[in-house]
Design a protein around this ligand. Structure first.
Ligand SMILES: Cc1cc2nc3c(=O)[nH]c(=O)nc-3n(C[C@H](O)[C@H](O)[C@H](O)COP(=O)(O)OP(=O)(O)OC[C@H]3O[C@@H](n4cnc5c(N)ncnc54)[C@H](O)[C@@H]3O)c2cc1C
Length: 334
């Protein structure tokens, strides 16, 4: 276990953020040592991966935990793969594609680590990581207990899981590698992109799908290494269709996906596009020109400024559509 004091937290929004301590754990024994350290210090804990989905304060008066579990082990019959938390997500996608394993390709190029992927059940282009997970190995750092949770026990739903707001450190994830045998190319933007670029989807390889998805993402999402952001800042809300206010806009102006006879999932990006001209200017934060769901910053911003701009957007959306937008990234309070 490695301890660093007064640690600068490199994050994709590029806020100037530090913590009192950063602890790096390399083994399961280190995790037990971490538990002792936390007990002694009596400070709050924040587990981090690559910090691509966090809105951090200037100073976190607590303990940052960074996991250094970097093994990938495919079992002999290729039915499962066990992956350490600190492995980069896209690296895992490429490893599966190399072995002709289906199911991961639509999740190509999502930033971050394997350990963080289950937290908000990462998803894109019609796939969610929960469809690929068999078991999650974790450690309860308050009660000093190792446990393995089945997929069902993780209670996955849209951008959510049991891991939000608990004391569990994910140190490895076991994925099923024989769950899918076909490509999923049904998502609208995949079809549009392939039509525009004359790509025949009928005999496309796994690798070509991964590249296609990466290309679509690079057009529609700002690269967080160049323009600070955390990806989508709001979730697509699921609401009763009849609750939508239709005074200023008609339902045809919106993007709606039917969930059942009453409920719809609403495309939040379209809501923000429609009210964009009603938004005040903020010095260091704005709505991305590539994708209205993404807030981008200029490296001089703070958590306060980002949150108050997000609240301003939430107010305008609520006033116009009677729809409450929920923030997607994790906000870490001081
Ligand atoms: C440009 C861009 C595009 C994105 N596109 C998508 C997308 O298409 N779909 C999508 O779902 N997300 C997307 N995201 C969000 C982000 O990629 C995911 O949320 C990713 O899983 C975050 O990984 P991370 O390692 O950076 O986690 P962090 O940001 O470091 O942490 C995120 C959360 O996970 C917790 N956590 C991290 N590691 C562990 C662990 N080992 N054990 C327990 N808790 C842990 C943290 O405490 C925190 O609550 C995007 C982000 C960016 C910047």
């Amino acid at each position: 276990m490695k301890i660093t004091e007064n640690y600068q937290i490199n994050n994709s929004l590029k806020t100037d953020s530090n913590s009192k301590y950063c602890i790096e754990c390399f083994t399961k024994d280190d995790l037990i040592e971490f538990h002792e350290f936390v007990k002694k210090q009596n400070l709050p804990v924040l587990i981090i991966g690559d910090c691509t989905n966090l809105v951090l304060p200037n100073f976190f008066n607590g303990i940052i935990l960074k996991l250094c579990f970097g093994d990938i082990n495919f079992n002999n019959d290729h039915a499962t793969v066990s992956v350490g938390s600190s492995i980069n997500w896209h690296q895992l996608v490429l490893e599966t594609i190399k072995r002709n394993i289906y199911g991961f390709e639509n999740l190509s190029s999502i930033p971050g680590t394997v350990g963080a992927a289950p937290i908000q059940n990462i998803g894109a282009y019609g796939q969610e990581v929960s469809n690929l997970i068999k078991t999650i190995n974790c450690y309860d750092y308050i009660n000093n207990k190792f446990l393995s949770l089945s997929n069902k026990e993780c209670k996955f739903s849209y951008r959510n899981s049991i891991f939000k707001n608990n004391n569990l450190i994910i140190y490895s994830v076991i994925f099923g590698t024989n769950i899918y045998s076909e490509l999923n190319l049904e998502y609208d933007s995949i079809k549009k992109y392939s039509n525009l670029n004359d790509i025949k989807l009928s005999n496309i390889s796994l690798n070509q799908v991964s590249e296609l998805i990466t290309n679509i993402r690079s057009i529609s999402l700002p690269d967080h290494n160049q323009i600070p952001n955390v990806g989508s800042f709001f979730k697509n809300p699921i609401i009763k269709k009849t609750d939508i206010k239709e005074e200023n806009y008609s339902l045809d102006d919106l993007v709606l996906w039917e969930i059942n006879s009453k409920d719809v999932k609403v495309g939040a990006a379209r809501l923000i596009e429609l009210i964009k001209n009603q938004l005040d200017k903020s010095e260091n934060v704005k709505v991305s020109e590539n994708h209205a769901l993404v807030l981008v910053t200029n490296e001089h911003t703070s958590q306060d400024e980002i949150i108050s701009y997000a609240e301003h957007i939430q107010e305008k959306v609520f006033k116009n559509f009677n729809i409450k937008l929920e923030i997607e990234p994790t906000i870490i309070l001081n």
